[in-house]
Design a protein around this ligand. Structure first.
Ligand code: GRF
Length: 209
């Protein structure tokens, strides 16, 4: 059973979908720690309700990103975390974290990368006028949303969409895609070669992505 550390800054609906998948027995891993840079993040409250170790790190108490990450890394190592999952974590990770967990940090982005990386991916897509957008689960490297792509799914954009309605439709897909990608990792079915991430899943377990 792989140990998962989740980093979250907000509502934590993705965290919830991961924990629910775990509760349904659909995740070959276990969330052992949730870390947030926002005291009021619902993700922390949810973790506490579920009896998961929750840690708040106040960015103001650290002189720079690296110092913050050093303490975060210590917390993750103490829990012997195998995989770090960013679920709406609003901070860029320093090389310290990336080097400590090479191809062992995942992120989910609310657009079809490499289109519309960074902040406000949903707004960027809407303003550009695309007819389809979607979500991307990817490994994290030192760039901004540039790491190897694990799973993607397309979501249609409707003429009447606002940022909120489109984001909501994308999130419905995220809540299915993220636990799936994490489960594939935990089962050892992901293999990264250069920029490409290949899924080697035994035939009988294969389901539509
Ligand atoms: C998600 O839409 C994800 O794509 C983006 O941040 C959002 C986090 O939402 N990286 P939540 O906190 O999991 O509800």
């Amino acid at each position: 059973m792989k140990k998962i550390g989740v980093l979250a800054s907000g509502r934590g609906t993705n965290l919830q979908s991961i924990v629910k998948a775990e509760e349904r027995g659909e995740l070959a891993g276990k969330v052992v720690i949730v870390i947030s840079d926002r005291r009021e993040a619902y993700a922390l409250e949810y973790a506490r309700e579920k009896g998961i170790k929750s840690v708040y790190l106040n960015p103001k108490e650290f002189s720079n990103r690296e110092e913050f990450d050093r303490v975060m890394l210590e917390q993750l190592k103490n829990e012997k975390v195998d995989l770090v999952v960013m679920a709406g974590f609003m901070r860029l990770l320093s090389p310290l974290m990336i080097e400590a967990f090479p191809n062992r940090i995942m992120n989910i982005h609310p657009a079809l990368l490499p289109a519309f990386p960074g902040m406000n991916g949903v707004k960027q897509a809407l303003e550009y006028g695309v007819k389809v957008s979607g979500c991307t689960v990817h490994f994290v490297d030192e760039g901004l949303d540039t790491g190897p792509i694990i799973l993607q799914e397309v979501v249609p954009v409707f003429p009447e969409d606002t940022e909120d309605t489109l984001h909501e439709r994308i999130q419905t897909v995220e809540h299915r895609k993220y636990p799936r990608a994490i489960d594939l990792y935990c089962r050892g079915f992901l293999n990264v070669e250069g920029r490409r991430c290949f899924i080697y899943e035994p035939e009988e377990q294969n389901s539509a992505d």
